[in-house]
Design a protein around this ligand. Structure first.
Ligand code: ATR
Length: 280
């Protein structure tokens, strides 16, 4: 009788963005791959605005199975899709793509569900929590729907007022959402979330100091590999907040939901989070 060696398929997964060099996603997916026993490579692709679509197309034509898209291409990537999930459509952006058997590109957005998972893990979120959201860019678009679905009320404070107003118009039919007002919104927030891109420049966004009390939960969607606290969390800590967290847990959770989208299996988020925490 002949002996057949059955080679296990290795799936090709990529990350497209700029910058990508310091991404922790390869490490996270390496752990997931071993845990779910599905062999996949996770390669980084540094793109520019002008070659992003070409690179994505090339990747899928050359056998790419799925990919993640990160800053600053999540909105752009939405236009590469043939089909999208409800949450990708609502946010008008995508961070997770895969090729279907009929060669269509399908897209999802796992940022919002990743954030909610982490806020629940930390026991930071409750029904009717009052959230002050800093920022009105791509990340804010990805998470607002999910916060409203949890029946939180959301107040937006952004450097550019017009963008906050646009967000309100877009999401008002999903729940309670308004623009921050110095006069109306004093002392009332349970959670302050930083969804600006300030962390990329090692800065904290501006916000009135009185919104942080010792009870206020402060969550930064970005995370820092080099400092123990992000600039935003440092400001919050100095203002007396004792409940603070960066977005490392969200990063792991959104990656796990990407895995679910590609392979139909959700890795153990908490186990991976704890493993990674020991490494840093
Ligand atoms: P992302 O996809 O990371 O959300 P984005 O869509 O460019 O990136 O949005 C960046 C967000 O961070 C915006 O809300 C931006 O405010 P503006 O709408 O006023 O541009 C906010 N942001 C960036 N730098 C900031 C800074 N130095 N202070 C305050 N907000 C800042």
């Amino acid at each position: 009788m002949k002996n057949y060696v059955v080679k296990k398929k290795i799936y090709s997964i990529g990350l497209f963005g700029n910058p990508v060099k310091h991404s922790l996603s390869p490490l996270i997916h390496n752990i997931f791959s071993k845990e779910i026993k599905i062999n996949y490579n996770y390669n980084l692709f540094l793109c520019t605005k002008s070659n992003f679509f070409i690179e994505i197309k090339k990747f899928f034509q050359c056998g790419g199975f799925g990919c993640n898209v990160t800053v600053p291409f999540k909105k752009l990537a939405f236009h590469a899709l043939h089909q999208y999930s409800k949450r990708a459509k609502i946010s008008n952006s995508t961070n997770t793509l895969k090729k279907s058997i009929d060669s269509n590109i399908l897209g999802d957005n796992t940022d919002g569900i990743g954030l909610i998972y982490d806020l629940k893990r930390l026991k930071y979120i409750k029904k009717y929590s009052k959230v002050l959201l800093l920022g009105a860019g791509g990340v804010a678009h990805s998470i607002i729907y999910h916060l409203l679905k949890e029946q939180c009320s959301v107040v937006i404070l952004n450097r550019t007022l017009d963008k906050s107003v646009d967000l309100i118009k877009k999401f008002t039919h999903f729940g309670k959402i308004s623009v921050f007002s110095d006069r109306l919104n004093k002392y009332e927030f349970d959670i302050l979330i930083n969804a600006t891109s300030c962390g990329l420049y090692n800065q904290s966004p501006f916000f009135p100091k009185y919104v942080v009390t010792p009870k206020t939960i402060c969550y930064d969607i970005s995370y820092s590999r080099t400092q123990s606290l992000t600039p935003f969390l440092l400001v919050c800590k100095n203002l007396g907040s004792t409940n603070i967290s960066d977005g490392f847990g969200m990063l792991v959770a959104q990656a796990a939901y990407s895995c679910l989208f590609w392979f139909g299996v959700l890795p153990d988020i908490n186990k991976t989070f704890n493993k990674l925490k020991l490494m840093f």
